[in-house]
Design a protein around this ligand. Structure first.
Ligand SMILES: Nc1ncnc2c1ncn2[C@@H]1O[C@H](COP(=O)(O)OP(=O)(O)OP(=O)(O)O)[C@@H](O)[C@H]1O
Length: 242
């Protein structure tokens, strides 16, 4: 596996709390990697470290073999690392289309490119009919899809998805997973996805990285993770083995 993004020996401490402890994560070119673990395991903190929103206390981050640990979030975005947020964070007074265009222009693209990419990304998420709607008027499920469309407008090399199926029902979650898979086939970017819905993760990902209390519990294929006794007892419970 050719490495696209990796962390080595990453630790993050918040005052007395160790949110991440010596974590090494690897994402290959064109790979979909699931990041799972119980509440407070450190998943979002690790995504923040990868996207430049959180400086690690110790450790390094590399993109394509280049050390990017000191780079801030805008610089990483320009280098091709795009992300979504649990709370989406759209510009509320701008339309769906303008939110997507802003992501392209903010990354240095022209308005013409921005319009083209935004329209394409909205099409991937069946959002063509919502292009002119103000972001503040969107229902939650639609808002999340716009967040993903916006992240994809930048044509990222790495896409970091923080709980894309949160708050969605089973059918919507399955549809979301199918969309992620389709986009992955079309763009070929590496994807890291945090998700609590284990069925979505195990069905979608090439490999899964399991965190527990800030440390790596296991890394393996969906089948290895599904049947690993330690992962099952720490996180999955019996239902994932069915
Ligand atoms: N800015 C911060 N200041 C202090 N503590 C923090 C901060 N961010 C996260 N933490 C703590 O670090 C630990 C890891 O949090 P994190 O949000 O990364 O976990 P998570 O696995 O994403 O959890 P969840 O599944 O609930 O979203 C938690 O104990 C959390 O309270």
């Amino acid at each position: 596996m050719r490495q696209l993004l990796r962390t080595s020996h990453v630790s993050v401490r918040f005052a007395g709390l160790c949110a991440l402890d010596d974590v090494g994560l690897e994402l290959g070119h064109g790979e979909i990697l699931g990041l799972i673990g119980p509440n407070g395991a450190g998943k979002t903190t690790l995504l923040n470290v990868l996207s430049g929103f959180q400086r690690p206390t110790t450790g390094e981050v590399e993109l394509d073999g280049r050390r990017i640990t000191g780079w801030d979030a805008p610089r990483r975005a320009r280098a091709g690392i795009s992300r979504t947020f649990q709370d989406v964070r759209l510009f509320p007074h701008m339309t769906v289309l303008e939110n997507c265009e802003a992501a392209v222009v903010g990354g240095g693209g022209t308005w013409a490119t921005a319009r083209d990419r935004a329209n394409r990304a909205l099409g991937w998420f069946d959002l063509d009919g919502s292009a002119g709607v103000l972001a503040r008027d969107l229902p939650y499920g639609v808002e999340r899809r716009v967040g993903m469309a916006r992240a994809l407008c930048a044509r990222p090399r790495v896409l970091l998805l923080d709980e894309p199926a949160a708050g969605l029902n089973d059918d919507e979650s399955s549809a979301m997973a199918r969309t992620v898979r389709r986009i992955h086939e079309e763009i070929g970017c590496g994807i890291i996805v945090i998700e609590h819905d284990v069925r979505v993760i195990l069905g979608l990902c090439d490999r899964v990285h399991v965190l527990d209390h800030g440390v790596t519990l296991r890394v393996g294929s969906p089948d290895e993770i599904r049947t690993d006794p330690e992962v099952v007892s720490a996180y999955l419970g019996a239902e994932a083995m069915e």
